[in-house]
Ligand binder design. Structure first.
Ligand code: ADP
Ligand code: ADP
Length: 239
């Protein structure tokens, strides 16, 4: 059974043309799916419907069999914790340290007090150190986020996402302002972690070459519809 399933999902903002139309998708455990398509195609809307930042107008989304559209309160928060977001690398809090940024993933929000973090359970700090080690940032815990390079910031963002112990990663343009070599390193790291931990991932990415190289599956969106869904080696140039 699929880790994530979208059935007949439609999203319409106000009276505009629908941003998503008839989206049917099933994502198995461990699959890395790249979502490609021109600006305005509906990629961000799709990711936001999954984590319920946006409410679909129609259709159903199930995560591990649980219908997300009907969840509220504590149940919705629990479901959201099993989906971790990785954003563009500047989505760290600059004035906080690397460790503080990583631990903020555990809290699920960024508005917290430093004094609270100082009293954080040591088991979580141990886990955070382990994650930082795994993403290649072993000695960085006390560095301020604004002292890091773009690639290092993205590694910290990935560690933060993993601290949530998610089953699904939602990744929004992870390489948007990184150089090509760093972009490949980051995509390789995300892929390796998905394989190691059996995570499914949806990666919204405009760089088709990166998508082809690091994804198991490519879904092409255009004007809110799926116009391609297949293995990277079957991608045709028109998508
Ligand atoms: P992409 O991520 O592929 O660039 P988006 O999902 O951001 O596409 O946008 C899809 C369509 O929905 C676009 O026409 C965009 O203008 C519209 N849209 C996105 N967000 C909103 C919003 N909050 N309110 C109204 N329209 C929106
Ligand atoms: P992206 O292509 O990454 O989605 P955009 O520049 O299209 O970025 O959107 C940036 C923000 O503006 C998003 O929060 C999106 O939901 C919102 N947005 C996009 N299009 C519209 C729109 N037509 N009306 C209102 N908000 C929009």
């Amino acid at each position: 059974t699929a880790m994530l399933r979208l059935e007949g999902v439609q999203k319409r903002y106000g009276r505009d043309e629908p941003a998503l139309i008839d989206i049917d998708l099933a994502l198995p455990r461990g699959q890395v799916m790249a979502l490609i398509g021109p600006s305005g195609a509906g990629k961000s809307t799709l990711i936001r419907c999954v984590n319920r930042l946006v409410e679909p107008t129609q259709g159903e989304i199930r995560l591990e069999g649980v219908a997300l559209t009907r969840l509220h309160g504590a149940e919705l928060r629990r479901a959201r914790r099993s989906m971790a977001m990785i954003f563009q690398e500047y989505a760290l809090v600059d004035r906080l340290t690397v460790m503080e940024n990583v631990l903020s993933g555990r809290l699920g929000y960024v508005g917290f007090w430093r004094s609270f973090l100082r009293r954080y359970p040591s088991a979580d700090i141990e886990t955070a150190l382990h994650m930082l080690d795994r993403v290649g940032m072993p000695h960085a815990m006390d560095k301020r986020a604004d002292a890091l390079s773009g690639g290092q910031r993205q590694r910290v963002g990935i560690a933060r996402a993993l601290l949530q112990s998610p089953s699904l990663l939602l990744v929004d343009e992870p390489t948007a302002s990184l150089d090509p070599r760093t972009s490949r390193q980051i995509m390789r790291l995300i892929r390796e972690l998905c394989v190691e931990r059996g995570l499914a991932a949806i990666i919204n990415i405009h760089d088709v070459a990166l998508a082809e190289r690091f994804a198991d599956r490519i879904v092409g969106l255009r004007d809110g519809r799926i116009v391609f869904d297949g293995r990277p080696d079957t991608l045709t140039p028109s998508v």
